[in-house]
Design a binder for this molecule. Sequence first.
Ligand code: DQA
Length: 144
Amino acid sequence: MTDTVYVLNGPNLNLLGLREPEIYGSDTLDDIAAMLEDRARELGLAIDMRQTNHEGMLVDWLHEAQAEGARAVLLNPAAYTHTSIALLDAVRAIRTPVIEVHLSDPATREPFRHQSYVGMAAARTVKGLGARSYLVALDAVAQL
Ligand code: DQA
């Protein structure tokens, strides 16, 4: 196993900072990557931060995380959280622990966000803390 933690981000998260800041905050994905890198260094971990708007790419990256011996995956599947059985199956298919991350708390939002397929298989879920959700999830990796 390596010290690398994959941080996988799904659709529309490339627009963080601009996108509905009243819900998601003003930090960009690059800001979050920088925060995670600092914290990872303190924990003796490394970060591989990625974003895609394509569901199948997230599936491929989950498989890659296992093949490359990643320590864990932090996964913000964005809207695919609520729709993707393919992502649920991918999380179940790998032994690498996956922590589900959300900036907002989907359970307090529209009813269609209350269901999380990924959450059925994730080792943990961290949500509702804004950018800090990612940091809390990274700290949780160190305790896995
Ligand atoms: C999100 C919550 C999802 O419901 C939404 O579709 C997103 C972002 C979050 O981080 O709060 O795109 O995953």
